[in-house]
Ligand binder design. Structure first.
Ligand SMILES: Cc1cc2nc3c(=O)[nH]c(=O)nc-3n(C[C@H](O)[C@H](O)[C@H](O)COP(=O)(O)OP(=O)(O)OC[C@H]3O[C@@H](n4cnc5c(N)ncnc54)[C@H](O)[C@@H]3O)c2cc1C
Length: 403
C-alpha cells in the first residue's frame, strides 16, 4: 500500500495524552489524524487486577467540554466513585477511557506508526501496513512502554527467562513456578501480589532497605495544619507535588542537573497502604540487595546479589526474573523516529528538550507525556498532566496554523 495522503497534524499514540489532545483538536475543528491502538499500555502492560495509584479526581482524560471525566462515567454507570477515598480499579478506568475515545475521538485510526522522518516542510509517516501519510506537524504521545528500563546485566536473556513488568498483563502462566521480582516501587509490589495470587512461588528483591507503603487511613479529616503542609494535588498530597501540578512551567527554569535529580527522586518508590497485607502474605521479601550477576542454570537462572547496606550477599536459582525497574525517558528508545531526526534533536539528559508549547528543536515535531518530563517535570509522569498538555499544545497548534 503506498497511497500518500496529507494532514495538518498527526498524533502518534492513543493513550490518555494522545486521546486528550485529539479530543481538543477535534473540538477546534483542526485537520488532524490520530494513530495507535487505544489505551494499549493500560489494556496489555499492567497487572489485570490492579487499582490505580492516582486518586479518582486525578484519573481522567481531558475533554474539551464538561461531561468527560471519570466521575461522569461512574455516575452514568452506577459505579462507586470518590475523588480521594475509593481506589479506581484498572478495569473501570479502561472502560471509562474507551468510552471517552468513542465519544470524543471517534475517528481514531488504530494502526501503529512504524516510521516518522523529516520530509520537506513536514514529516512523512509510514503506518504498520505500509500506507504513508504526510503531516505538517507531528505530536508524539507514545507514552511509557518504549521507555521500560532493564538493568544492563540482563541484556541478551531470552524473554522466557527475563522480562519487564510492562510485558505482563496476566500471570496465570506463572502458576507453580519460582519467580523473582526486582524492584521496590508500586509496580514491583503489584506484580508480586498478582504472581502470588496466580499461584507462583514469589520472591521480591530490592536495593532499598525496605519496601515502603503509604500511611494507613485514619478515618478522620486531615487537620487544617496538615492540609497546609500537605496540600492535595493530582500527584498525591504534598507541597512539591502541588507545585509540580500548578506550575509546570517553572520546572524548565531550573538548572538541568536539578531537573534530572528531581525527576529521579520525586515520589520515590512507595505503594498504597492497602497493598501491604496481600504483599507481605504472598511474597518472600529480601531487601538491601543489588543485582550483581545473572547466568543460565538448568532451565532457569542463577542470580547473585551484593549487599547495599552491609551484611551478606545472596544467590538464588529461579525460573524467571521480572524487572519492575521503571521507565526512563530516552529519545533513542523511540525507534519509530528516524535515526537522523533523533540525532539532530536538542536534548535535556536523554530526553528531548521541548519549548513552552511542547515543540522540539525540529520545527513542527512535538513531544508530550513522559517524553516531556525533563522540560515540564513530574506532572508529565501522570495522566493528570494530560489536561495541561492537551490545552497548551492545541492552543499552540491552532494559533500557529492561523498565523
Ligand atoms: C503499572 C503502572 C501503573 C500506573 N498507574 C498510574 C496511575 O494510577 N495514574 C496515573 O496517572 N499514571 C499511572 N501510570 C503512568 C501512566 O502510564 C501514565 O500516566 C499514562 O499512561 C500516560 O499516558 P500517555 O498517553 O502518555 O501514555 P500511554 O498510556 O503509554 O499511551 C501511549 C499510547 O501510544 C501508543 N503508541 C506507542 N508507540 C506508538 C506508535 N509508534 N504508533 C502508534 N501508537 C503508539 C501505545 O500503544 C499507547 O497506547 C502508571 C504506569 C504504570 C507502568
Amino acid at each position: 500500500v503506498v497511497s500518500v495522503q496529507s494532514v495538518d497534524t498527526a498524533v502518534v499514540g492513543a493513550g490518555p495524552y494522545g486521546l486528550s489532545i485529539a479530543a481538543h483538536l477535534r473540538a477546534r475543528g483542526a485537520d488532524f489524524a490520530v494513530f495507535g491502538p487505544p489505551l494499549a499500555t493500560w489494556r496489555a502492560h499492567m497487572p489485570k487486577g490492579m487499582s490505580l495509584k492516582s486518586d479518582g479526581f486525578a484519573s481522567s482524560l481531558s475533554a474539551p467540554e464538561p461531561g468527560g471525566e471519570l466521575y461522569d462515567y461512574c455516575a452514568e454507570h452506577g459505579l462507586d466513585y470518590h475523588p480521594t477515598d475509593i481506589p479506581v480499579p484498572l478495569a473501570t478506568f479502561v472502560d471509562y477511557a474507551m468510552a471517552f475515545q468513542r465519544r470524543w475521538v471517534p475517528a481514531l485510526d488504530t494502526r501503529r506508526v512504524a516510521k516518522v522522518a523529516r520530509d520537506g516542510g513536514g514529516y512523512v509517516l509510514a503506518l504498520e501496513d505500509g500506507e504513508r501519510l504526510w503531516a505538517r506537524r507531528v505530536v508524539v504521545a507514545a507514552g511509557v512502554s518504549h521507555f521500560a528500563r532493564t538493568p544492563g546485566a540482563l541484556a541478551g536473556f531470552a524473554p522466557g527467562l527475563v522480562s519487564h513488568a510492562a510485558d505482563h498483563h496476566r500471570f496465570e502462566a506463572f502458576a507453580g513456578r519460582d519467580v523473582t521480582v526486582l524492584g521496590a516501587g508500586s509496580s514491583a509490589v503489584d506484580v508480586a501480589v498478582a504472581l502470588a495470587e496466580a499461584g507462583a512461588k514469589t520472591r521480591l528483591v530490592a536495593r532499598r532497605r525496605a519496601v515502603k507503603f503509604g500511611s494507613p487511613p485514619t478515618g478522620r479529616a486531615p487537620s487544617c495544619w496538615s492540609r497546609i503542609r500537605h496540600p492535595t494535588s493530582g500527584l498525591g498530597p504534598g507541597l512539591r507535588s502541588r507545585l509540580a501540578c500548578d506550575a509546570p512551567d517553572l520546572f524548565r527554569l531550573l538548572p538541568i542537573d536539578a531537573r534530572v535529580a528531581i525527576i529521579r527522586r520525586h515520589l520515590g518508590p512507595s505503594s498504597p497502604f492497602r497493598m501491604k497485607a496481600p504483599f507481605e502474605a504472598g511474597a518472600e521479601v529480601l531487601t538491601g540487595l543489588a543485582l550483581a550477576g545473572a547466568r543460565p542454570e538448568g532451565s532457569g537462572l542463577r542470580l547473585s546479589f551484593s549487599p547495599t547496606h552491609g551484611g551478606a550477599g545472596y544467590e538464588v536459582v529461579t525460573d524467571h526474573l521480572i524487572c519492575a525497574t521503571g521507565y526512563e525517558a530516552d529519545l533513542d528508545r523511540l525507534e519509530f523516529l528516524d535515526a537522523d531526526l533523533r540525532a539532530r534533536l536538542r536534548r535535556v539528559g536523554a530526553a528531548p528538550a521541548v519549548s513552552t508549547g511542547f515543540e522540539s528543536s525540529s520545527p513542527g515535531l512535538y513531544f508530550t507525556g513522559l517524553a516531556a518530563v525533563a522540560s515540564f517535570g513530574p506532572l508529565m509522569r501522570f495522566m493528570f498532566g494530560a489536561d495541561f498538555a492537551s490545552r497548551r499544545i492545541t492552543a499552540r497548534l491552532v494559533a500557529e496554523r492561523r498565523a
